[in-house]
Design a protein around this ligand. Structure first.
Ligand code: XLS
Ligand code: NI
Ligand code: NI
Length: 435
């Protein structure tokens, strides 16, 4: 045990009436919701980068956090790992996620960086065995170092493409070694600052090739996890190619990868794309590519990807409703891709942030489950589309009717469909009974 959290013991579930600040009021991991333990539904993960690597800077000022591992090489990285696993255990989260750059200092050469990543992986292996905390996903940081400023897979320089490929391979190898359940690709700089210097079709082909190689390599090494692409429309680049779920689906289709790759959907990215989070989840479910979620929230005034901890139960509930209707998580989970505000400088703030987020998600999950158990809402949707169950409607949908055959029937039967209310206000009131 390090002394980072000042002797704090494991965070306990105390129920909704508890006034202990560091306790769960709603997240009760063994409680059964729709026949499954809450922990197995939500599959919480902590993001190494925000909680342990981020220094509290903003465009107008640098580091505000003081963490003993910010200076120093591999020894500091080991200390960081000790504190990270201590926090995972205090909070009782089953998973964590990391990028190579979060866990090891950059080396002077590619080989040195890789050896350092492998050395940290040895440490992670032991910690996973000791604590039972598992790896939800691993990923490569292909956006912080200046070599990637013009993109990784989409860089005009083929040597950067090669460097990115080698970096991805190294990260897939350690993810596989650690039993990771997914491998994520977020294209932070796969896009452009200005179209004036950008050959778009060339860049898209490069990105398609990289993803195809990732899929091939996954099969080659026998990695059983899912390959996930994380959409985001902009930030850091002005325009990113993986704009949103629908755009990623079109990209996967074009390169023949739609059965091999799924999406990791982040709340803040959905908002930046002009969608709601539940829209993105429902789109992925409808297209058969739903994988995992990055849970956080944006500040609705600033228009930035502020990565705050979630705190709106109704928003979270609608997303979990769609996740439950899609069959829940398979390999995916709820990763808190969320960071403290830069004034929240104390270790205890990390605990407050995660405890609140876990409680919000637990309430959201319970509300979603209650909507499903009650059944009124699902029955409404079924009824709204009930007309499609008739044989004639099925024939139209299955391709057994042509445009002219349908046209002939409309005249023959003198069809005159009457509009029906969409009942939005009724549905809003209905949902509000549960959230
Ligand atoms: C940044 C992304 C990033 C990915 C992992 O906006 O959310 O944190 O989740 O590279
Ligand atoms: Ni993000
Ligand atoms: Ni993310």
């Amino acid at each position: 045990m390090s002394d980072f959290f000042n002797g704090q013991g494991k965070i306990a579930y105390e129920g909704p009436d508890s006034d202990t600040p560091l306790a769960f009021r709603h997240y009760n991991r063994d409680e059964i919701v729709l026949g499954k333990r809450m922990e197995d539904h939500l599959r919480f993960a902590i993001a190494y980068w925000h909680s342990f690597a981020w220094e509290g800077g903003d465009p107008f000022g640098g580091r505000t956090f003081e963490r003993p591992w910010f200076e120093g090489g591999m020894e500091a990285a080991q200390h960081k790992a000790d504190v990270a696993f201590e926090m995972f255990s205090l909070l009782g989260v089953p998973y964590f996620c990391f990028h190579d750059a979060d866990v090891r200092p950059e080396g002077e050469s590619f080989s040195q960086s890789k050896r350092r990543l492998e050395a940290i992986t040895d440490i992670f292996e032991q910690k996973i065995a000791q604590t039972g905390v598992k790896l939800l996903w691993g990923t490569a940081n292909l956006f912080s170092n200046r070599r990637f400023m013009a993109g990784a897979a989409t860089n005009p320089d083929p040597d950067v493409f090669a460097y990115a490929a080698a970096t991805i391979k190294a990260n897939m190898d350690v993810t596989h070694r650690l039993g990771g359940e997914n491998y994520v690709l977020w294209g932070g700089r796969e896009g452009y600052e200005t179209l004036l210097n950008t050959h778009m079709s060339q860049e898209l082909d490069q990105m398609g090739r990289m993803l195809s190689m990732v899929v091939d390599y996954k099969h080659k090494i026998g990695f059983k996890g899912a390959i996930l692409v994380e959409p985001k429309p902009q930030e850091p680049t002005k325009h990113q190619y993986d704009f949103d779920v629908a755009t990623v689906y079109g990209f996967l289709k074009r390169y023949g990868l739609e059965d091999e790759v799924k999406v990791n959907i982040e709340v803040g990215h959905a908002i930046l794309a002009g969608h709601t989070f539940e829209h993105e989840v429902a789109t992925a479910a409808a297209l058969g590519i739903f994988g995992s979620i990055d849970m956080n929230r944006n500040d609705y005034q600033s228009g930035w990807d502020t990565d705050q901890f979630p705190n709106s139960v109704p928003e979270v509930a609608l997303a979990y409703y769609h996740i439950l209707k899609a069959g829940g998580f398979a390999t995916g989970g709820t990763n808190f891709d969320a960071k403290l505000r830069r004034q929240s400088i104390d270790p205890i703030d990390l605990l407050h942030g995660h405890i609140g987020a876990m409680d919000v998600c637990a309430r959201g999950l319970k509300a979603a489950a209650a909507i499903i158990e009650d059944g009124t809402y699902d029955a409404y949707i079924d009824d709204r589309y009930a007309g499609w169950k008739t044989p004639e409607a099925q024939a139209m949908l299955n391709g057994e009717r042509s445009l002219d055959e349908i046209a002939a029937r409309v005249e023959r039967e003198g069809l005159d469909p009457q509009p029906r209310s969409g009942r939005q206000e009724y549905l809003e009131n209905l949902i509000n009974r549960f959230v």
